[in-house]
Design a protein around this ligand. Structure first.
Ligand SMILES: [Zn+2]
Length: 185
């Protein structure tokens, strides 16, 4: 197991000086040249998607959390809204268009990737599918499962990240009838 660096780099990206001062977990200033950098919280999105009242979860093909269950979703690209990012990620990962996407909640996460820790704010939505996935983005996803709410409850520890577990717990406490109905209430 590789040790995580507390900060993503040790030398100033502007002048190369090696005596960086991290003022907090996400900000440094270079005493040599005055360069300031914010390693800001990144926005990420994910969806709890229902197909015939079962929850779609994806099996991660890569680290971090390889083999664990994840929501369709990913990082919000520059210039995108969370909704646009989510629609794009769902298309990329499961080749489908989700319906009735609605904001559920957000939760903080720490995403470790190749020695860098990214603080994220995960924006979680709910939605529905009219068919189950026929093909997957195999570079990122090893497979999928469709689980009943009870099955999800029993397997919460298979969900990859605390932020997503938290969102799923909130979803599981919510009304059941909301998932398959469409139109006005
Ligand atoms: Zn510098």
């Amino acid at each position: 197991m590789r040790t995580e660096h507390p900060h993503p780099f040790q030398h100033c990206p502007s002048c190369g000086a090696g005596d960086l001062q991290w003022n907090s977990s996400n900000r440094f200033t270079c005493p040599s040249c005055g360069f300031v950098f914010f390693h800001n919280t990144a926005a990420a999105c994910g969806a709890i998607l229902l197909y015939q009242d079962r929850v779609l979860l994806l099996e991660r093909a890569n680290e971090p959390a390889k083999g664990m269950l994840d929501f369709p979703g990913g990082f919000v690209d520059p210039g995108e809204s969370a909704e646009q990012a989510l629609i794009r990620e769902i298309r990329e990962e499961i080749r489908l268009e989700a319906q009735e996407l609605r904001y559920l909640c957000s939760a903080p996460n720490r995403y470790h990737y190749r020695g860098v820790t990214y603080n994220t704010c995960d924006l979680v939505f709910t939605g529905t599918l009219t068919e189950e996935p026929g093909s997957l983005q195999e570079t990122e996803i090893a497979g999928f499962v469709l689980l009943s709410r009870d099955q999800v409850r029993q397997q919460l520890d298979r969900i990859a990240f605390p932020s997503l577990r938290q969102a799923m717990e909130l979803f599981l406490r919510g009304p059941v009838s909301d998932s398959t109905e469409s139109g006005s209430r």
